[in-house]
Write a protein that binds this ligand. Sequence first.
Ligand SMILES: Nc1ncnc2c1ncn2[C@@H]1O[C@H](COP(=O)(O)OP(=O)(O)OP(=O)(O)O)[C@@H](O)[C@H]1O
Ligand SMILES: [Mg+2]
Length: 262
Amino acid sequence: MTLAVKATGVGKVFAAKAGDVTALTGVDLEVEAGEFVSLIGPSGCGKSTLLRLIADLDQPSSGELSIFDKPARRARIDQDYGIAFQQAGLLPWRTVAANIALPLELHGVAKPAREARVAELAELVGLTDFTDRFPDQLSGGMQQRVAIARALAASPKLLLMDEPFGALDEMTREYLQGELTRIASETGAAVVFVTHSIPEAVFLSDRVVVMSPRPGRITDVIATGLGAARDEALRENPLYFEKVTAVREALHGTKVERANER
Ligand SMILES: Nc1ncnc2c1ncn2[C@@H]1O[C@H](COP(=O)(O)OP(=O)(O)OP(=O)(O)O)[C@@H](O)[C@H]1O
Ligand SMILES: [Mg+2]
């Protein structure tokens, strides 16, 4: 079966005045079609860098990347994935509706179908009453919800999301977590999701990839084995708590190691 993402020995070195920064080293990662994978790890461990390499927003210094068996460049040109990043990245001169519609325009979707889809997505993220507003008239959390709607617009087979729920209140965050897993399983989309929240990573993911910094690398991969039942009851399930603990311990393992390095 075609893998959504395949990274082999991926490394990234940034040249800086104070010396080179090795942001990533030896990253091997395979994300299957339809699989939900979270990246978690301390600030600066290279999560955003890895996502940016997958999205072809930057190029690896070493190693190979393929997206649906294509080079990253080709996948970007073909618009094979939707992106929602740490900064909402909305176009300030476009309304909420026009921002959400952008990928649909790029995919050549006709206006009536576009408008129907935008209305559906605006409702999904709770912004039906705000579609005529401009981004600077919205709160940070609302802007992020527009970015999420835009990422989902063309029903891509791969979603790349970098802390997309970071600026949201807890209620909205849990609601959108539920919606995201529902949408991903309905559309069969693979998701690579960056988060700092252990419970969020476990709730959403088939596998949680734990990273550590200096140089950024994968130190653990934890399969949650939670199956398709991503409903609210899962948040109280003992198996869920067990996996939260497993991820926490894996993260602490990297912290202890770092303390020893100093
Ligand atoms: N364009 C750049 N030029 C130089 N160094 C960079 C650049 N982008 C990232 N870095 C460095 O690479 C490392 C990884 O950064 P990255 O943004 O990927 O971390 P992160 O895991 O996403 O952190 P956070 O959780 O804070 O978002 C950091 O040390 C950072 O300073
Ligand atoms: Mg980041």
